[in-house]
Design a protein around this ligand. Sequence first.
Ligand code: C2E
Ligand code: MG
Ligand code: MG
Length: 698
Amino acid sequence: MLDELTGIYNRRGFYRFTEKLLREYPGEKFCLIYWNIRKFKVINELFGREAGDKILVRLAESIKKEFGGGLGTYGRLERDNFICCVPKSVVEARQWMKLGDIFYFRDNTEYRFFSCYGLYRVEDRSMGIENMVDRARLAMESVRDDYVEPCAWYDESMWDSLFQEQKTNSEFQSAIEKNQFKVFYQPICRAEDGRVISAEALVRWEQPGKGLVSPGSFIPLFERNGFISVLDRYVWNEVCRMLRERMDKGQRTVPVSINVSRVEFRSGHLSEDIYEVVKKHGIPTNMIKIEITETAYSDDPKQVMEAALKLQEYGFVVLMDDFGSGYSSLNTLKDLPMDVLKIDMKFMEDFENNQKATIILEAVIRMAKWMKLSVVAEGVETRTEWDYLKSVNCDQVQGFFFHKPMPEKEFETLLDKIEEAPAEREVSPEVDEEMLDVFFQSNSQVSDMFYNMLGGMGILEMAGDQLEIIRVNKGFYEVLGREASSQEEGLRSMNLQIADPQEKALWLENCRISREKGCVQQIQVNHQRLDGSYVWLNVKLRYMGRRGSRALFYFTVENIQEKKQEEQEKYLISYSRAMMKVFDKVYRMDYSTGMAHVIHTDGGDDMEVGDSYYFPDFFSRHRADITFLEGSEAADLVRNKDKLDAALQASRNGTFHVSYDVNRADLGVSHVEALFLKVELESGREEYLVCIKRTEKK
Ligand code: C2E
Ligand code: MG
Ligand code: MG
């Protein structure tokens, strides 16, 4: 009856005692408040389960405080869902509205989380508590994604739409069997001349008595209950069947795009599933294109990327659909395996009266060209829009101005009529010089925009074995940890060479691979800055095209110094683990601070890993009690890094050995072997270690 974590009622307890409450106070007007902490999952992910639990306990306590004394019941249903049943007057006083505001302090930062509430007036007491709670929950769900309005009262239409939803769900199976889902085709045209070069498959539901129902009204629903994967497979099969029939009859075909729902990526075998279907019908994979919506990428980048890569390997063309629904997405663009960018209609809607939309649109198209992506604009409805898109080098267009989505038969008639299905135009291999200027002008709006969105990037020129960075943006300097000396000089900087020969070899090799295969190459380089110091960078580069006899590449950089250091620390720890088998204690000596940090101890005394000692008096502290057996000069040596270095170098195996006896307080004698050595890390950093082995003599 009680919730183990918070000590207030659990679901069963709440039902039981609320029923009792309603029985005992037949004249009182009661209401339910159902609430849920927004983004509670994030709390668990960011701060750990324990922190999440603490927050739940705290919330339960404040609920207890608020309602505990008065008439009413309250409880935790499950996870972050709380409920209470209190008199209407209490709800109207709105005291409770702040209960679900959660302030959480961590690392000197205050994090705020808010709740959303659903309210339900208890009228018909015969319906049972469970149904009342459901209604309060429905009210809560209606504001779950509404960040302005935190609470809502239940009204009957919420129940109706739920009922509708369930009805739709129950009709799905028979709709599939009765072929009520129809695949429509919307032609996609070449921007240059408006010729049909491919098409997109869009599903419709022909419901008896309702006519054609558009996907917007049932796809979200099917995404929630999983039917979407059945529906999508139905669509893929239909598309392949149509193509196969035409191929068998020797009729003209064009590649067809299919849409995949974002929830499909969770299965982990989406690409194989599509391939199976396409193979089954004997359709070449280059006849099918896969549209993945932009939000799928942001939902679960890893899964989507893996699937997209596999699809490309199978030979499918991968499109990013609805691109531009959010600006942040440009940021991820450079990492994604895809071939075509499909620009959201929103850009078109703003087109006529929004100057900024056109600047962005133009910049996006230029950027896409750089990345060797072709660009499709959807939602083209007017001649003006088409003319404009042509002028900014958009490759393909789709929209009502050209063709509306049409039934299969009509689409086939159209295919029969078009004369020659022209091949899709290749993206030009020449580099557009003017573009370089637009992107890297110190005070152009476009350059600012790309700086903000993409971080550090630049252009690299390769001629034979010569490599030169010829353009960088502001973000590049930021990544390298310095300011451009002057804006103008900074962005056009000619004196950025790749000086370190090892680093240069790595760049060269990967530039060549990228040029050959046309792929993005990713490398981690230890980059030498102008001042000689090094920084670890993650670099992605891609061949852009030729400029005379030279090859141009664009690249992006990301500073991974910290990540690299952490990695190395971990490496060092695993390395020293081996030593731990042999030694009782291992210290890392930090000459910049004079501190020796314990990285391993056998636990024979009160020393702990993480403790630090001032090491220049390593021996002198107990000097009176020490008898050196070997290497008595060690006492002086370890104080001074240069001396130790010299000794290490002079030794045969790069280690320096000291042994001595220590007279213990208990009058016994310990024999100690101390081994000094230097570990050189990949970053160029050096670590000095002392490893100690003790044996008790008496
Ligand atoms: P989408 O993939 O972005 O498809 C483009 C939508 O824009 C289509 O809506 C199309 O009819 C509409 N459209 C095309 N040109 C114009 C125009 O000039 N003006 C305007 N205002 N609209 C235009 P539709 O068919 O209602 O499809 C909506 C969404 O439903 C699609 O967006 C797609 O995400 C999804 N969808 C459609 N069919 C399927 C399917 O078989 N499977 C999955 N998973 N999703 C589908
Ligand atoms: Mg689409
Ligand atoms: Mg779209």
